[in-house]
Design a protein around this ligand. Sequence first.
Ligand code: SAH
Length: 282
Amino acid sequence: MKRTLRQHTRQRLGQHFLIDSGIRNRILESLRLTSTDAVVEIGAGRGFLTEALAHQAKKVWAVEIDPQLALGLKAQFISTPHVEIMVEDILQFDFRALARPLGGEKKLRVVGNVPYFISSPIIFRLLDCGDCIQDATLMLQKEMADRITASPTSRDYGYASVATQLCSRATHLFAVPPKSFFPPPQVQSAVIQLTMASRSQELAISDTKSFLKFAQQIFTEKRKTLLNNLKRFLPGNRPETSRQLMEVFDQCQLDSKIRAENLSLEATARLYAVLRQRGMLC
Ligand code: SAH
């Protein structure tokens, strides 16, 4: 009975523990930690990565939602005072409160073999706290890693790519096979690195939140053309909106058959600015 419960918890929390020290070393190498760095580890699990981080960083906050695993971590790091175990849900985690005492100069380094089923909300939360995070090095399901780092014209390019690439420089680091974990997941994995740096100013995006809402809308139905997607969510009466949209497409030098996935971030920002200028966005 106990065992089944434990297995259930594992599945529910996406627990696949890294057991491959070669992969752990590659993650550490890509981090290039210094002895002044403050690290937040997402989903510390059994402390396999935590242990290595503790050797190199000034401070490690190891966040783990599973109280049983957290107990094990507390015992493991009892005589390592610069490792603090925090039994919390990373989706509710207050990154800003941790970063505040570091002063504006120093930002958090984030790392984690994250639970795959909540990797999107985790990434969006990290992007949202980009002002207090230097970078995030994350183990993700391969498909998610591909979407995040995709370039326009690729099939994987979509809202996740736009949001991530607006708020950070996203790099695909390396692939990780299922056998590097216990229990092995049924999917391939990959490690990516997001170096936080907003491009909003450079792209003249005055309101990042509203731009991201716009980006989400134009990717709602990826197979439809951009024009048809826009017609669906823009307010106003249809024939008038259609006519105005054709003018906007002309002004932005966009083909009327283009799909959102073929728009560069620059072109998306320009389209957004023109629609906004004309008062066509709500
Ligand atoms: N990094 C560890 C474990 C990775 S598995 C290792 O490589 O050994 C993912 C971990 O995230 C699990 O320990 C799981 O309990 C934890 N987790 C799941 N959901 C979480 C959440 N919302 N907040 C914090 N940790 C979570």
